[in-house]
Write a protein that binds this ligand. Structure first.
Ligand code: NI
Length: 181
């Protein structure tokens, strides 16, 4: 299946669900991670969360270096934000589930995230003022049924969703923004 067909688009209700923790890192999870990475790279995204391929489990993949460098994928299983700064910064975000739009979203500038990797090791990721800081928060939101437009004011959300409908009608495909996760 090609990435564009595999990726779930808003307003699919699966993007609104809280995902379940992963109990065991088995072949099914390893295959899911591989599928998500394939889809992410094919769509030229920098991150993808399992509900975006229709699987309601707590796993995300991120590669903020690609395509400027060799692939350097992070697979985060059961990720949790353990620290977030009070200070926030805006960043232009896109999402593979919202083809054709990018939106300025305000988020904490510094975060610390804990997650298991595919080997089951507990890893810690720390990022501030960069794409990784944004991407970690954006992807973990997806596991809680939250998408980027939920961070907008009601008025701004209506405007952006109108823009999204027009982009879809014009044939926008996942990854068609400046930055998409
Ligand atoms: Ni997204």
């Amino acid at each position: 299946m090609n990435a564009a067909d595999d990726i779930v688009l808003s307003p699919d209700p699966r993007l609104r669900e809280k995902c379940r923790p992963i109990e065991a890192i088995d072949d099914e999870i390893r295959e899911l991670a591989a599928r998500m990475l394939d889809d992410m790279y094919a769509a030229e995204g920098v991150g993808l969360a399992a509900p975006q391929v229709g699987v309601l489990k707590r796993i995300v993949v991120i590669d903020v270096d690609y395509p400027s460098a060799d692939p350097n994928p992070y697979v985060l299983i059961n990720p949790e934000i353990v620290e977030a700064s009070e200070e926030t910064v805006p960043f232009d975000e896109g999402c593979l589930s919202f083809p054709g739009i990018s939106v300025s979203i305000e988020r904490p500038r510094h975060v610390v995230v804990q997650a298991e990797n595919l080997e089951g090791d507990l890893m810690q990721y720390e990022a501030a003022d960069n794409l990784l800081a944004v991407c970690l928060q954006h992807e973990i939101d997806h596991l809680n049924g939250i998408t980027m437009v939920d961070h907008l004011s009601p008025v701004e959300r209506i405007r952006v969703l109108g823009e999204y409908e027009r982009a879809l009608a014009a044939g926008a495909k996942p990854g068609e923004t400046d930055f998409a996760s």
